[in-house]
Write a protein that binds this ligand. Structure first.
Ligand code: G1P
Length: 287
């Protein structure tokens, strides 16, 4: 049973400057929690209890957030502030937290490769720390992906996909889907292209920030060349895996499930507004 997730959080978040100058984008508030807390709670809800953050410079606020702050707990207890104490319940999750540094900004594929000495021969989840899945309730897509992966032990991976508008395809890895394998629309991936133009894109199915991988992925991450910007792309390693004949499946997000990619001010404002609105109506799932 897969119980390990890598959470890449090393990116500088330059598209959200000046907000992210000295603050990780993964720590931006969305309603009453920082972005990355939603990601962690989603994973824990899918029985992932080992969380390895791939961090970088300027990201220590993330480590502090998931530490148990005994001094703060004592202070609130002594003062009898039970409601505020309850807001720290997430600190008592059974999960184990690990941190590794990506010492140079060489792309998402490189960030995942940094974890190889820790992961070694295990299968694992990758969950991008800047994307919240699920609005009214936490997404369980990772649980579905793991089930499909475990039913098909020979495959190289399972990737989450969401249908995006034509003008958005250039921001994502885009699938060329092959045959459908179940009633939920799970498909065999034929190809994957990183940030194609609308004309090049063979669908509007965008990689939705969650992946399950066989440790075989590392071989391909070692092999792929950097792109024009000098980045090692995770998408290119997946593509190389497919070209070599390994099977990878795509799982679709359910309609209305909710996906918030905190990659621009527009999407950040939308996330904040949606969560804050539901929060103020008392309509969000509690921990
Ligand atoms: C990354 C991946 C891309 C994926 C996206 C999901 O892009 O490279 O394939 O669709 O995350 O959020 P980034 O957002 O880091 O540019």
């Amino acid at each position: 049973m897969i119980d390990l997730a890598l959470i890449p959080v090393a990116g500088r978040g330059t598209s959200l400057l000046p907000l992210t100058k000295s603050q990780p984008k993964e720590m931006l508030p969305v309603g009453r929690k920082p972005v990355v807390q939603y990601v962690v709670e989603e994973l824990i809800g899918c029985q992932i209890n080992r969380l390895l953050f791939i961090t970088g410079s300027g990201k220590t606020a993330i480590e502090n957030h998931f530490d148990t702050d005994a001094e703060l707990i004592d202070y609130l207890r002594v003062k009898g502030r039970e409601e505020e104490l309850a807001e720290l319940a997430f600190e008592r999750d059974e999960a184990e937290y690990f941190y590794m540094r990506q010492r140079r900004q060489l792309g998402l594929g490189h960030a995942v490769l940094c974890a190889e000495p820790f992961v070694r021969k295990q299968s694992f989840v990758v969950a991008l720390g800047d994307t919240i899945l699920g609005l009214r309730r936490r997404s369980e897509i990772v649980r579905r992906m793991i089930a499909i992966y475990e039913e098909n032990p020979e495959i190289g991976g399972v990737i989450a996909f969401d249908e995006v508008d034509a003008e958005e395809v250039g921001n994502y890895g885009i699938a060329t889907p092959g045959k459908t394998i179940d009633t939920e629309g799970t498909f065999e991936l034929r190809d994957l292209v990183e940030k194609p133009s609308v004309h090049e894109a063979s669908s509007r199915l965008a990689v939705a920030a969650r992946y399950v991988f066989s440790p075989l992925l590392f071989e391909y991450l070692h092999r792929v060349e950097s792109d024009a910007a000098g980045d090692i792309q995770l998408t290119d390693a997946i593509r190389a895996m497919l070209l070599d004949g390994h099977r990878v499946f795509g799982v679709r997000m359910r309609p209305g499930e909710g996906r918030y990619d905190i990659g621009s001010f527009e999407s950040y404002y939308k996330a904040f507004t949606d969560f804050a609105t539901l929060e103020s109506m008392g309509d969000l799932e509690k921990m």
